[in-house]
Ligand binder design. Structure first.
Ligand code: KG4
Ligand code: ZN
Length: 367
């Protein structure tokens, strides 16, 4: 019989955040008892991108402290836990191994089940940390490593409707920010710079817009923006950086919104019912104000409720991993001590296999 209450320690180490959290799921709902995120941003900043070896070492150094802090803040002991959940992929393999092995060791030492969690499932369920959100919903996951539309039909039932065919949106933000000489992570810095710029000054390419379906592409946009930064005449123009940042951001918001309209049509064709008109946006790029505003307007037009979880649940965190573990446990799934660490692990394996154009990327499977 599935248990009615689950108290789960979650561990997340797949990219550049070392995170641990305790989440309790019961009939009353979801309680985030603690949510510790140690960012490695400062360690990677000199390289303006995540360096896998630096990330893995920082996870080794940070994970025990993160777990200790999460347990202390939650006010629970290992005896109070129902299970341990750890990200088993996709992500930078060195980091994934650190978190997964730590989770297995804690589970073994305390006789608890180990729930291996797909990081993307964590993102897919993350809006449920913030309050009651029923299945099904349409999810737009936009981060530095992932960029896809997913119909979340229920726990473990995810249908990928479309994804980027090259870069993730966050990666395009980061690379464009780097070309503009901004600090890493580039998304927030680019957004601040864009605030004073003219979004109409540069007509940048918007690949895939107008095509059927909801696949996306950002490589051409990123390259076009980077090429402008190499123009010596523009470099001498004081308003150029802000204007380019604003033009780039507006192009991304337009691409995402136009593609979201395509995703809505595909989602509606799944016949999940009129009640299901919900769009959820998750992942780091969901923090972007211009992107949120454009998606909010689209939702109003199409009769969708728009959900954007609080930022701390949008970016990488361990609460979403603990939640996925708890929900799986309550649904009757069992633990797996032998689960391997997986650099690539599509959420919707069938869709990924059926569509080999969706190549995995630098930070793991974007597709
Ligand atoms: O979800 P996340 O923390 O990590 C993963 O990539 O999984 O997302 C990080 C990404 C980075 O590319 C970062 O530049 C982008 O989200 N990002 C933003 C903003 N805040 C974070 N992009 C645009 N505007 C923002 N305000
Ligand atoms: Zn993520």
């Amino acid at each position: 019989m599935p248990r009615a209450t689950a108290t789960v320690l979650g561990i997340e180490t797949s990219c550049d955040e070392t995170a641990a959290s305790v989440v309790r799921v019961s009939e009353e709902g979801v309680e985030v008892l603690s949510d510790i995120v140690l960012s490695q941003a400062a360690a990677h900043a000199p390289y303006r991108g995540v360096v896998p070896e630096i990330a893995a070492r920082a996870h080794v150094e940070g994970v025990d402290g993160a777990v200790e802090a999460a347990m202390r803040e939650a006010g629970v002991t290992f005896a109070d836990l129902t299970a341990v959940a750890a990200t088993a992929g996709p992500g930078l393999i060195g980091g994934v191994m650190v978190g997964l092995v730590t989770g297995k060791a804690i589970a073994a030492a305390h006789g608890l089940p180990l729930m291996p969690i797909n990081h993307l499932e964590g993102h897919a369920l993350s809006p449920r940390l913030a309050g009651a959100l029923p299945f099904p919903y349409l999810l737009l996951l936009i981060s530095g490593g992932h960029c896809q539309f997913i119909a979340v039909e229920g726990l473990g039932r995810y249908r990928r409707l479309g994804s980027t065919i090259d870069d993730a949106a966050g990666e395009a933000f980061d690379k464009t920010a780097k070309a503009l000489g901004l600090d890493y992570p580039g998304g927030p810095a680019l957004e601040s710079l864009a605030a004073t710029g003219d979004p109409q000054r540069f007509a940048l390419p918007r690949p895939m817009v107008g095509r059927p379906g909801c696949d996306m592409s950002f490589a051409g946009l990123k390259t076009a923006a980077a090429r402008l930064t190499a123009d010596p005449e523009l470099a001498a123009d004081a308003t150029f950086p802000a204007d380019l940042a604003a033009s780039f951001q507006s192009a991304v918001a337009h691409i995402l919104t136009e593609r979201a309209a395509g995703a809505m049509s595909l989602y509606e064709a799944l016949a999940l019912g009129a009640q299901a008109r919900r769009l959820v946006v998750a992942g780091g790029v969901a923090a972007n104000g211009a992107v949120r505003a454009a998606l909010t307007a689209l939702c109003a037009e199409r009769g969708y409720a728009f959900f954007a979880p609080p930022l701390r649940f949008c970016t990488d965190n361990a609460a979403m991993i603990a939640l996925a573990g708890a929900e799986r446990l309550l649904a009757g799934f069992t633990g797996d001590m032998d689960a391997p660490a997986r650099p690539r692990w599509p959420l919707d394996e069938a869709a990924a296999l059926a569509s080999p154009t969706h190549a995995p990327g630098r930070k793991g499977a974007k597709a």
